[in-house]
Write a protein that binds this ligand. Structure first.
Ligand SMILES: [Zn+2]
Length: 631
């Protein structure tokens, strides 16, 4: 069809198709997921920062498709000059200062690599091709639906100098931060293979079990996201009270970890790690690994002391954060959680985190809280971070803001307000990009950050405005209960919230997640109309919302008026039962304005305000208030 021949009918049809929910993306019926059970044994050479490994991967194809090839991630290959991550880091408009051109300048003995020397499928050798960080394996036999195969691999790796998340010798002197360190099966789901080359951003993995044995020089203390199986051979604070530690002789110690219902396994090692523990009431055992000296190379002794004190105070705050999460967002399902000094900021790995420690106390608590909340949003609720980064980052920011306010009161800088301010700023700058975009493909790092962290957090806070706080909290619990240990999408979350609230909410997803359209209401006029007052509200933004309107009378009394949206097909309960609420006719989204009558003369009205709760992200807040002019 040529553009000139477009008719009104075909345009209408086109837009209806465009706006219709895509059932292929909501997966609650007929849901399936793959399974990957790893058994790995690695032998570490701490002199050359290399290791050799054997991996037995038992892979079950629960999909309805026959697989004739599989893909592994070889993440360490990203840390080589000329890799896609290197080029991307040097050419993006606003480079990440942690990376910039650091990969480009790595020497041969500083780069990272993972080399596969042998791979068999049920004992039969297979062939493969490696492109950047992705290995494509041509199978000896197709894997049929429901079938389980065993891959056996010999591999070797060099640990890169720490650039991003993983590596050796991080800025605080931690020797090994071992994330993304093993050849990892890519996820295959209802969308197909998730085999995008790593450029430094998001992850998505297959649920399964991990059985990992690490041989490393006996002076090293190992921390990991698993349960240590042989504390009596290791000690280093893993032994229970009264347990006799009996280390076998030899240059190296063997560390054996196991865990299940995981989609990744991270570990770290340093000879100077101090190991502290704390027990969360009715929750997991917390482990903390940090070095006591030196905390930061250039630090004064006062500073060193302060940083060390921060680590000593951290367990209590971490424990309280777990209690908050357990009581509001669902019970943490594992028996341990580990906070490890390492990496380059903070990064989550289900049963643990790598964080840096050279920060203020509030910042240390802030990063720990953020990463532990990820055990819910990304760990147990394992969204595909590439496509739903705003669900792991945004939901995490939302929950951690609540925890930080609970822990620090108004003193905290981790507030919801900050997310709104970030969002308003990027809208004003005109460089916002939609949340519904593959994380690797944002034009700017800042656009990704605002979309996933700030706008993602507002997504939930603003949803509380639409459905009511109580319903939001019940919905979040239901989401956790229904989707734990699975890979929910944004559509799955919206369906849960629709069921919980009894409202249609897809419109919210359509505007807030998939577009950059904005919310912009105003109080257009307030006119006398006999004994009553006529208020006209105007909508300037393209994104329609339900309206909470608060009226304060000159006698100090307050009344609420509630205007739902037609397409919600429902209404929220009165969130403030102490304040009388008048429910008005729904506002059709096609109407640019809406008129209502307030049953009081104009001179008896002190103030009228749209959304006094401030949860609606209206880009021009100043137009949302009318006050009685001084006579
Ligand atoms: Zn995060």
């Amino acid at each position: 069809m040529r553009p000139g021949s477009l008719t009104i009918t075909s345009l209408l049809l086109f837009s209806l198709l465009y706006l219709a929910p895509q059932p292929a993306d909501a997966q609650q019926y007929g849901y399936w997921q793959q399974e990957a059970d790893y058994e790995m044994e690695v032998d570490m050479d701490v002199e050359h920062h290399r290791f050799s490994g054997e991996q037995t991967l038992t892979y079950t194809n629960h999909s309805p498709d026959t697989l004739d090839r599989v893909f592994y991630h070889l993440y360490f290959n990203a840390f080589q000059p000329g890799s896609m991550m290197d080029v991307r880091s040097r050419t993006i408009q606003d480079p990440d200062r942690r990376v910039e051109d650091r990969i480009y300048h790595l020497d041969e003995d500083e780069i990272g690599y993972q080399k596969v020397n042998r791979l068999t499928q049920d004992g039969v050798e297979v062939t493969w091709d490696i492109t950047d960080t992705v290995m494509e394996v041509q199978l000896a036999e197709p894997i049929l639906p429901g079938e389980t195969v065993v891959f056996e691999m010999d591999f070797e790796a060099q640990v890169p100098v720490q650039i991003r998340r993983t590596g050796r010798h991080n800025a605080e002197g931690i020797e090994y931060s071992m994330a993304q360190w093993y050849p990892k099966m890519a996820e295959f789901d209802f969308m197909g293979w998730h085999n995008h080359p790593y450029i430094g951003r998001e992850f998505h993995g297959v649920f399964g079990t991990f059985d990992v044995t690490i041989h490393i020089d006996r002076s090293y203390v190992v921390a990991a996201t698993g349960y240590l199986q042989n504390p009596e051979e290791v000690g280093y604070g893993y032994e229970s009270e009264g347990m006799e530690v009996n280390r076998p002789s030899g240059d190296k110690l063997t560390w054996h970890f196991k865990t299940d219902q995981q989609h990744d396994f991270m570990w770290a090692a340093d000879p100077d790690y101090h190991h502290a523990t704390a027990q969360v009431p009715d929750g997991p055992l917390l482990r903390f690994f940090y070095q006591t000296d030196p905390v930061a190379e250039d630090a004064s002794s006062d500073r060193q002391e302060e940083l060390l004190e921060n680590w000593e105070k951290l367990p209590d705050y971490t424990s309280r954060a777990f209690e908050y999460m357990n009581s509001h967002f669902g019970i943490y399902p594992y028996e341990e959680y580990v906070v490890i000094q390492g990496g380059d900021g903070g990064m989550e790995y289900i049963m643990g985190t790598l964080i840096t420690g050279n920060r203020s106390f509030e910042s240390l608590v802030g990063v720990t809280v953020h990463e532990l909340v990820h055990a819910w949003y990304q760990g147990v609720l394992a969204t595909n971070e590439s496509y739903y980064h705003w669900m792991d980052e945004g939901f995490t920011v939302y929950a951690s803001n609540r925890i930080m306010t609970d822990l620090f009161g108004d003193d905290t800088s981790d507030t919801m307000d900050r997310n709104y301010d970030n969002y308003y700023r990027i809208v004003a700058a005109g460089i916002e990009e939609p949340m519904d975009r593959h994380a690797d493909h944002y034009e700017r790092n800042v656009a990704y950050a605002i979309a996933s962290y700030s706008k993602g957090a507002i997504f939930l806070n603003q949803l509380g405005y639409i459905v009511g706080e109580e319903t939001l909290e019940k919905g979040l619990r239901r989401f956790y209960d229904e989707w734990a240990f699975k890979h929910p999408t944004g559509y799955d979350f919206i369906r849960v919230m629709e069921k919980e609230s009894g409202m249609h909410l897809y419109w919210y997803y359509e505007y807030w997640v998939k577009s950059t359209r904005t919310i912009d209401y105003e109080i257009q006029s307030v006119e006398s109309n006999g004994d009553e007052t006529e208020v006209v509200l105007g909508r300037h933004g393209e994104m329609p919302m339900p309206i909470d309107l608060e009226v304060e009378y000159s006698d100090g009394s307050i009344e609420h008026f509630y205007i739902p949206k037609v397409t919600m097909w429902g209404a929220k309960e009165n969130e403030f039962p102490d304040i009388p609420r008048t429910d008005l006719e729904p506002w059709p989204w096609v109407d640019p304005s809406y008129s209502l009558q307030i049953p009081a003369p104009r001179d008896q009205i002190e103030r009228i305000e749209i959304d006094p709760s401030g949860r609606m992200a209206d880009i021009h807040q100043e137009a949302n208030i009318w006050t009685q002019p001084d006579e």
